[in-house]
Design a protein around this ligand. Structure first.
Ligand code: DGY
Length: 324
């Protein structure tokens, strides 16, 4: 008998056909946080789940006694309680690697956009306000040759370092649990404490996952250590930064600006003070949002799920303890 998969992320026709070959599929189009009724109805017979962006809390998981595997179409797994899933015997898989380069591109897009004020000045042109050549009031700051500070030297951190070092001649500082000799050697990078990095970097890029240890990592004290001309880039998770503290810092121009792809609450409220600040570039969590990468992520998640449902050890298993 075919397994039952609840799909809550749109798949391309080719991937959907592959899934339908292997399983009976219930598709739920973008369940909203406040409207999970269809998901609740489908969970009791679900063997597998495939999707992203939904917090599967214990009350939802209690409705899914047959559940064997969740394939998250994301690298981040902060939406899941790993211990709880392991206790329930549910495998969780994510989609690392395939999004590394694209997410690093997003990080660099924010570096360039904030430093060179691309969004602000492009809107001025569109508004018909380009009436004479640009003067000091609209100058940006250089990116090449400046110091790039990377907080969290995982795959995405390395891809940023590669861009900064080889593309823009930037000295690289990084903060992570421990030094990475291969990174030091390849990018002439220097491992340092968080405080040291904050005090020395011209661009502080956050690339680390959200965990209880990283939540609120960057608050008033840490922002206060940054140089007045420095720029904060966040492509990790909004909650790594104390958003209220960041708003105050930016409002008083204690740092030059911020490029933010992620926020404490998403979608960002349209009355967020962040949207009123001209030294902020805000994007709608587009780290991995290209056609190619989203397709690769979905394909990866699908392969993970199908392997798990066949009784094999799936790729990218986040909670291997479940198999013990
Ligand atoms: C991820 O894969 O975790 C990205 O942030 C998209 O959610």
């Amino acid at each position: 008998m075919k397994k039952h998969v609840v799909l809550y992320k749109k798949l391309s026709p080719a991937l959907l056909a592959k899934l339908q070959d292997a399983a009976d599929v219930t598709f739920i189009d973008e369940p909203k946080r406040d409207n999970l009724q269809r998901l609740r109805e489908a969970l009791p017979s679900a063997d597998g789940l495939l999707g992203a962006s939904i917090k599967l809390d214990p009350a939802l998981l209690d409705l899914a006694p047959k559940l064997k595997a969740i394939a998250s179409v994301s690298v981040g797994v902060d939406n899941y309680d790993l211990d709880d899933l392991t206790r329930r015997g549910v495998m969780l898989c994510n989609t690392p690697d395939v999004l590394t380069e694209t997410t690093a591109d997003t990080g660099f897009a924010l570096v360039l956009a904030t430093a060179r004020r691309v969004v602000e000045l492009a809107s001025l042109v569109k508004a018909g306000q380009w009436t004479r050549s640009v003067g000091p009031a609209h100058y940006g700051t250089d990116v090449h040759g400046k110091t790039l500070g990377i907080v969290g030297m995982g795959r995405i951190g390395e891809a940023l370092a590669q861009r900064g070092h080889f593309g823009f001649g930037m000295p690289i500082l990084y903060h992570s649990h421990s030094p990475k000799p291969a990174v030091d050697q390849r990018f002439a990078a220097q491992h340092c404490s968080l405080d040291d990095l904050l005090a020395r970097a011209d661009f502080v890029c956050l690339t680390l996952p959200l965990t209880p240890q990283t939540e609120g990592l960057i608050g008033t004290r840490e922002l206060g250590l940054m140089k007045p001309g420095a720029i904060l880039i966040n492509i990790s998770r909004g909650k790594v930064v104390d958003e209220a503290a960041l708003i105050e810092t930016l409002r008083h121009r204690r740092i030059r600006g911020a490029g933010l792809d992620v926020f404490e609450r998403e979608p960002l409220n349209h009355d967020s003070p962040l949207l009123k600040l001209d030294n902020v570039v805000a994007t709608p969590h587009i780290g991995s949002a290209t056609e190619e990468t989203r397709e690769a992520m979905a394909a990866c998640a699908l392969d993970n799920l199908l392997a798990a449902l066949r009784g094999e050890r799936p790729g990218n298993l986040v909670n291997p303890a479940v198999l013990k």
